[in-house]
Design a protein around this ligand. Sequence first.
Ligand SMILES: Cc1cc2nc3c(=O)[nH]c(=O)nc-3n(C[C@H](O)[C@H](O)[C@H](O)COP(=O)(O)OP(=O)(O)OC[C@H]3O[C@@H](n4cnc5c(N)ncnc54)[C@H](O)[C@@H]3O)c2cc1C
Length: 182
Amino acid sequence: MLKEARPSHWPRERYDPRYDPLIDAGPGHNRNYAPTYWIDTAGEPPEDDGPITGDVDVDIAIIGSGYTGLACAIFLAKEYGIKATVLEANTVAWGGATRNGGQAQISSGRLKRSQWIKRWGKDVAIKMHAEIVEAFDVFRDLILSGEFDCLPQRGGHLYLAHRPRMMKMLESESELLNKTFG
Ligand SMILES: Cc1cc2nc3c(=O)[nH]c(=O)nc-3n(C[C@H](O)[C@H](O)[C@H](O)COP(=O)(O)OP(=O)(O)OC[C@H]3O[C@@H](n4cnc5c(N)ncnc54)[C@H](O)[C@@H]3O)c2cc1C
């Protein structure tokens, strides 16, 4: 518990619909949640300790309480017994974590595998793929552990060509995926 903090129910700034994590320099602060399905249905968010107003001594400070930050805190606690302090500019899981479509898939961002290779080279692309596959396993194990209140539904992804010329692109991405990333 942070000592020098305000109570958690301080007034929030309005949600800003123009915020885009891929474009904006930062998330702002003290902003309310985006009005998403998750926020609508998940119940009250966990209380936080309010803003830090002075120096605080912590073992590990994690910046951001999205999936990355919270998963990091969970694993630090479970595997190393470390109680990390998670610092959040807005509200718990305010960013992409409460705005997404809820689909877990072995992909990263908006780029195709061929674009990874073009940007970073084949070796890096293969390492990225391996990391994402591993992350998916971790994610699946977390869900199957029963610690979280969610109902995973297994499924695949169907990529459709909406124009004849897109078919060629899908075929070549599929071939690349099977050949290079197996
Ligand atoms: C519309 C949309 C749909 C998506 N659909 C899917 C999907 O179906 N499947 C999927 O796997 N992924 C999807 N994603 C992506 C997924 O949500 C993100 O990859 C994931 O949320 C990233 O987690 P994160 O913890 O890295 O970042 P975030 O969840 O964005 O969390 C970052 C947190 O850090 C805080 N923060 C940032 N900077 C600071 C700072 N300087 N100080 C303090 N706090 C800070 C932010 O306020 C935020 O709460 C989608 C994303 C969007 C936006």
